[in-house]
Design a protein around this ligand. Structure first.
Ligand SMILES: [Zn+2]
Length: 118
């Protein structure tokens, strides 16, 4: 069972959350001027990597608030959660941070995980 640490409520089981897809997808600044191809890429195309993925989640059976998470799709580990207003963490930030369990305790052996660049 995947445990997600809601930034507002604390650790909860994944079944309380709904995935909102990739985070940090920039809407075209002037939608009237983009081509149909560019618009369809904005609406439908996502990176879908094997590895580090920045995604949106909503605590749909809890506080109903949206937040962002960084998840390794190959291990299904949530590496970091952060509020929507916070900046996207860099890969260097993720490499230099120690993973913690949802209760905030350091996870055994988590200090040396490797972030694969995609
Ligand atoms: Zn919550």
């Amino acid at each position: 069972m995947l445990i997600i640490n809601c930034p507002y409520c604390g650790p909860r089981e994944q079944c309380e959350f709904t995935n909102g897809g990739e985070a940090h997808v920039a809407r075209p600044s002037d939608p009237e001027k983009v081509s149909d191809k560019e618009w369809s890429e904005y609406v439908f195309f996502r990176s879908n990597p094997k590895g580090i993925y920045f995604e949106r989640w909503v605590h749909s059976h809890g506080c109903k608030k949206w937040f962002n998470a960084v998840r390794d799709t190959s291990t299904d580990k949530v590496l970091k959660v952060y509020e929507i207003k916070d900046e996207k963490p860099s890969l260097a930030d993720l490499e230099n941070s120690n993973l913690t369990t949802p209760s905030g305790e350091p996870e055994v052996g988590s200090g040396n995980f490797t972030v694969r660049k995609i």
